[in-house]
Design a protein around this ligand. Structure first.
Ligand SMILES: Cc1ncc(C[n+]2csc(CCOP(=O)(O)OP(=O)(O)O)c2C)c(N)n1
Length: 327
């Protein structure tokens, strides 16, 4: 069981991610309506939000340090924040500004922060073999760092998932594979894409441990990840974790979500992982309502400052368009 201090930190990280994404959601729609114009407004292009999936990021990243490597997906914000990526630089990148992590050239699906070894990609399953490569480097260099790859249940049906687990198992690499099963790959439900109910069962095919976290519960994720990260650090090789989580918003902002029912939305909102965790913390005397409210207030202040930094930063100069481009 995590200490009370850790529980409060898990809560803080989840709240930061939720507030950040709700603010982005609002900013994203500026100028894009009435007829949805994806190129308009301060955040042009697609935006994929992970609201609802905060327990996965907070529970796993609580065990990591900056020298550990993370690969995330097109839905990366909750993981980036939990791993210590600077919120201001991240916001600026999402707004396409020169003060951003990638000088405004990557956007929200391509956030890279070498100071904490964080990367992500809009290419499905791309980060899985990349994490295996990072883990191979760590092993060859004799470090006790670990690589963690976050990916969706849709990505678990792609070839790179299987090849990565196979090699990581064979070479006993320090990598933890974390599947965020939010049940949807865009508009395709998991049941329409695979006969496997729990991807954690696939671990057995590669001779590595597989753990199912059946609820979107940050403490359960923390416990499962703690074991997997410790095993990887002590040279015990890779493991696979699948967490049943919730994608509260659309696949991307502007997604009409005609493929989901009202009942599904109601059920998801009723079991919101942050609110349920707050009830748990209050019932156990860890954090009362005032303490929880203070965490939301602090997150709002941090997010306001980050978005203000992003909005007031300049765009890159056109003359710098080819800087940093491989030719
Ligand atoms: C190689 C590749 N194929 C297809 C796509 C288009 N695409 C973007 S997101 C997505 C679904 C991903 O679903 P999942 O892995 O479950 O992640 P989630 O969106 O639920 O977080 C697809 C097919 C892509 N980006 N890359």
């Amino acid at each position: 069981m995590p200490s009370n201090e850790t529980l409060v930190e898990l809560h803080r990280q989840m709240v930061r991610a939720r507030v950040f994404e709700e603010a982005l959601q609002k900013a994203y729609m500026e100028g894009k309506t009435p007829a949805f114009d994806i190129a308009a407004g301060p955040i042009p292009g697609e935006l994929h939000l992970a609201a609802g999936q905060e327990p996965v990021a907070a529970g796993v990243c609580a065990h990591l340090r900056p020298s550990d490597a993370i690969t995330a997906t097109h839905r990366p914000h909750h993981v980036a924040l939990a791993h210590g990526v600077d919120m201001k630089k991240m916001a600026a990148e999402i707004f396409g500004k020169v003060t951003g992590l990638g000088h405004g050239k990557g956007g929200h699906m391509h956030l890279f922060d070498p100071t904490v070894n964080f990367g992500c990609s809009g290419i499905i399953a791309e980060g899985i073999p990349t994490a295996v490569g990072a883990a191979l480097a760590m092993k060859k260099q004799g470090r006790d760092d670990v690589a963690v790859s976050f990916f969706g249940e849709g990505a678990a049906n792609a070839g790179p998932f299987h090849e990565s687990l196979n090699l990581a198992a064979l070479w006993e690499l320090p990598v933890v594979f974390v599947c965020e099963d939010n049940d949807w790959a865009i508009s395709v439900p998991k049941t329409a894409a695979t006969a496997i109910e729990n991807n954690s069962d696939r671990a057995v095919a590669y001779g590595i441990p597989g753990t199912l976290v059946p609820e979107n519960d940050v403490v359960a994720v923390y416990e499962a990840a703690g074991e997997a990260v410790a095993r990887a650090r002590r040279g015990g090789g890779p493991s696979l974790i699948e967490v049943k989580t919730d994608r509260l918003f659309g696949h991307f902002e502007g997604d009409p979500q005609v493929y989901r029912t009202d009942e599904e939305f109601e059920a998801m909102r009723a079991r919101d992982a942050i609110r349920r965790f707050e009830q748990h913390l209050a019932a156990n005397g860890v954090l009362d309502a005032d303490g929880a409210a203070a965490a939301w207030d602090a997150a709002r202040a941090e997010v306001d400052a980050a978005l203000e930094f992003a909005r007031t930063s300049p765009y890159p100069e056109p003359a710098s368009a080819l800087d940093g481009v491989f030719a």
